[in-house]
Design a protein around this ligand. Sequence first.
Ligand code: LLP
Length: 421
Amino acid sequence: MDHFLYRGGVLHAEDVPLPEIAEAVGTPFYCYSTATLTRHFRLFDEALDGVDHLVCYAMKAASNQAILKTLAGLGAGMDVVSGGEYARARAAGVPGERIVFSGVGKTRDEMRLALEGGVRQVNVESEPELHALSEVATGLGLSVPIAVRVNPDVDARTHAKIATGKSENKFGIPIARAREVYAEAARLPGIEVVGIDVHIGSQLTDLEPFRLAYRKVAELTDVLRADGHDIRRLDLGGGLGIPYTRSNEAPPLPVEYGAMIREELGHLGCEIEIEPGRLIVGNAGILVSRVIYLKSGEGRDFLILDAAMNDLIRPAMYDAHHDIVPVIEPAPGVAQTPYDVVGPVCESGDTFARGRMLPPLAEGDLVAFRSAGAYGAVMSSEYNTRPLIPEILVNERDFAVIRARPTFDEMINRDTIPEWL
Ligand code: LLP
């Protein structure tokens, strides 16, 4: 459920009509709903009610500080995967003890930043990383709580580019080698083993792969405890999928996910961490764009928008589907026709949808891409020297620009010209 609904024939974000925002900031823009963010965070938090837990929002999904502050204010921790994300979370006021540092290739500089600033736990993904972390921690005279990310060799049954839990993926250490790696971790100075970490992929629409992975984690907990490790925390990753179409998809709900976690892991008495990204912010954000031209091609009609693949890369990168709806509600029963919906970038890949059935649209009309809050703005670029588009946060009848559109000069002046030119 989200808070982008038609009222009086006009699509609103909460109580704000989207044409009003378009008028104020121009198009295209991302628009997020505070009520939806709040609702989705609470769904996870409540799903683990009664279990000692922390919901660490995977901020890679949408990392604007206003979003982080909204979630942190509700009690969220953060899952960060780079020094930049760590710094951004801190800048948004998230305390170090609520930040989990994940990621397959943390540099020593990034480790130092997090250790000096304070961190709840570092999720270690390889033995070389474990050694580097031990060196950095001892160099600072600190001891760092860690979990080792294990790769359970489970098929997440999702898009190949976002599956991470099979043995051929680059993530974590093979679960079969976990005992050795934990033994090594226990020997190393500056390292304090506190738990196990697992994350098998993103946009999972079925609980079974999670269940299989968590069962393996439960078995491993017993084995590692018998080896003398104090396993008291389990980080279960993120990955619960969202409905991208209004019609048929119905991924499991957080409450069902929470019940499964209790079933599989409740008896272990561990503190539970989860790292959802997409489900918190995906349907809490839309991308609003304007029709520049309608163009008739051979046997097809193109709807040319002012948004492009540099603003929302998911269709080009993962063949992802985003519902596209007109901001002015079409009359009931109006005939729909197929359009290829494209952006102005000079690549055929700059296609949002082919043969998409849409009601009649004209130059200047506004459309909204639904479910664009996760992996939208954060994956955008300035390809074709197109400015990064603004981000807007709505809260009931208020809206605020939380990232402004840069001017051409601001973009261009980031280049510096060598003196020999
Ligand atoms: N934890 C770890 C260690 C992760 O790698 C990820 C996502 C998450 C948590 C959050 O997963 P979520 O709950 O958002 O599914 N750009 C792709 C998705 C990449 C996901 C990367 N890792 C997309 O647009 O579909």
